[in-house]
Ligand binder design. Structure first.
Ligand code: ZN
Length: 130
């Protein structure tokens, strides 16, 4: 018997007893039952919030999984391309840039970015134009 059924059972017992005593529902019993029923409703809300959250997390996991697949596919393509390792070995493929946000220098690979793509500063994490 779940909590909801137990409360309904309790309500039945109390109502039955009060009817038998011809007294009607006492204030105490009414308050007790409505408190229990209010708790049940709030638990239902929490449970449905939790369902929403679980669905959201599952969606997120799917997205992360397909994102990770995309990265693996790109890795596979790179390793098939014999020239790619040579590019990584050549230092002139990296260019120094100064972050306009925090003023710190770092190196980036111009080939890895589209012309209109923002660079991301590794020091302050702010994006800016090349
Ligand atoms: Zn910065």
């Amino acid at each position: 018997m779940g909590a909801r059924e137990k409360i309904a059972y309790l309500r039945g017992l109390i109502e039955g007893q009060n009817i038998a005593e011809n007294a009607g529902m006492s204030k105490f019993h009414e308050a007790l039952l409505s408190a229990l029923e209010a708790i049940m409703e709030e638990l239902d809300d929490v449970a449905s919030d939790q369902d929403d959250l679980r669905e959201y997390v599952e969606d997120l996991e799917d997205e992360v999984a397909s994102f990770a697949d995309g990265i693996h596919e790109r890795d596979d393509r790179d390793s098939d391309d014999e020239n790619s390792e040579d590019i990584y070995d050549e230092e002139e493929e990296y260019e120094p840039v100064t972050c306009p946000e925090c003023g710190k220098d770092f190196f980036y690979q111009p080939d890895a970015y589209d012309d209109d793509e923002d660079l991301l500063c590794p020091h302050c994490g702010k994006p800016f134009k090349q």
